[in-house]
Design a protein around this ligand. Structure first.
Ligand code: TXA
Ligand code: MG
Length: 325
């Protein structure tokens, strides 16, 4: 597998060609790194599942270059979903819509709906437009990490996590550390009122401000299967605990204003909530690299981006063995 740093236009074209030829290309997005495959190529998509070790009934998000591609993948798109796409794309929001014929069961996990997103990272956008110039219609890309583990926000983390299983013709495009550090907000757009399936950097208040009270957001959603909602997810090898006493030798992640407990190993000291989400996954990975058994985290409080951080850290803190994931 080749790692291509700061890819040039030609190198991105080659990567788009590799996707068309059925290979995997991991690429940077503003949220986390994605492990991409041609979303219409069943064999290529099945490699995503085997490389990640992910159950095949977990649907994949299809990435496209612009809102103009939306109609290829989705039908019966509600007006509020168009508004969300126009306002927030390219950007960290995924819309779940009724699928078109092109979205096969191997993308949707057999469901009648499909998740679509236009990422804003320049490398991702160039890759998508080169891919579409070659006749591609969408790139399926889950976070580029082993199933259930911590998402990757750097190309090094992608290589460490998945490198062994990538072939010589697969690629990793390097594009710096993902600036947001937390996966996209996922919105279920199948109902009269949009519902948050996964909180992210596009926050409820941003959405409500755009849509007004008629379409204001709802939270609880058990209507459709969104396996990212599994209790245990985003977990490092170390046991993650929210709050509580920190013993010497244990990892500690909290805003800078919280002092490091005596003897604890500080893994991150972000000054702001934005820095917290930017550093969070790398800090959890660092804990594993140091061989720590336990990491104590203090999530920031708040209703906006803080909610997304709390969601991921809560899921990271569930014991995966108990939950069987
Ligand atoms: O920021 C992101 O969304 C990143 C970057 C690479 O774009 N992608 C990402 O993909 O986080 P993934 O597969 O790691 O998480 C997507 C979540 C999964 O929990 C999946 O089950 C859910 O979205 N999902 C995808 N398509 C869905 C659908 N059609 N219906 C319900 N849930 C869906
Ligand atoms: Mg993921």
């Amino acid at each position: 597998m080749k790692i291509i740093s700061n890819p040039t236009k030609d190198e991105i074209k080659n990567a788009a060609r590799a996707l068309i030829d059925g290979h995997l290309v991991a690429f940077p997005t503003e949220t986390v790194y994605g492990l991409g495959a041609d979303a219409t190529n069943e064999n290529a998509v099945s490699r995503i599942y085997s490389v990640k070790g992910r159950p095949t009934d977990h649907p994949l998000i299809v990435h496209v270059s612009s809102i103009n591609q939306l109609g290829k993948w989705a039908v019966d798109i509600p007006e509020y979903a168009i508004k969300l796409a126009e306002e927030f794309w390219p950007g960290p929001i995924t819309l779940i819509l009724k699928r078109s014929e092109i979205a096969k069961d191997f993308i949707t996990g057999g469901q009648e709906n499909v998740g679509i997103r236009v990422p804003s990272h320049p490398v991702a956008l160039k890759l998508l437009s080169e891919f579409e110039k070659l006749g591609g219609v969408g790139i399926a890309a889950p976070s580029a990490n082993k199933f259930g583990s911590v998402s990757t926000t750097t190309s090094t983390a992608v290589k460490d996590d998945l490198g062994d299983l990538l072939s010589t013709q697969d690629m990793i495009l390097e594009g710096g550390q993902s600036e947001l550090g937390v996966e996209s907000t996922i919105i279920n757009c199948l109902t009269l009122v949009p519902k948050v399936l996964r909180p992210g950097a596009i926050t409820p208040s941003m959405i409500n401000k755009l849509l007004g009270s008629r379409n204001s957001l709802d939270y609880v959603d058990n209507d459709i299967k969104a396996p990212g909602m599994h209790l245990s997810h985003y977990s490092p090898k170390a046991k993650v605990e929210i709050g509580g006493a920190t013993n010497p030798g244990e990892g500690f992640i909290a805003l800078a204003k919280f002092q490091t407990p005596v003897g604890a190993i500080r893994l991150a000291a972000p000054e702001t909530i934005e820095q917290y989400s930017f550093q969070m996954y790398e800090a959890l990975r660092l804990g594993d690299q140091k061989g720590l058994k336990k990491i104590i985290v203090l999530p920031p409080s708040g209703s906006e981006l803080a909610l997304a951080i709390e969601d991921r850290l809560t899921k990271a803190s569930f014991n995966k063995f108990i939950n069987g994931v």
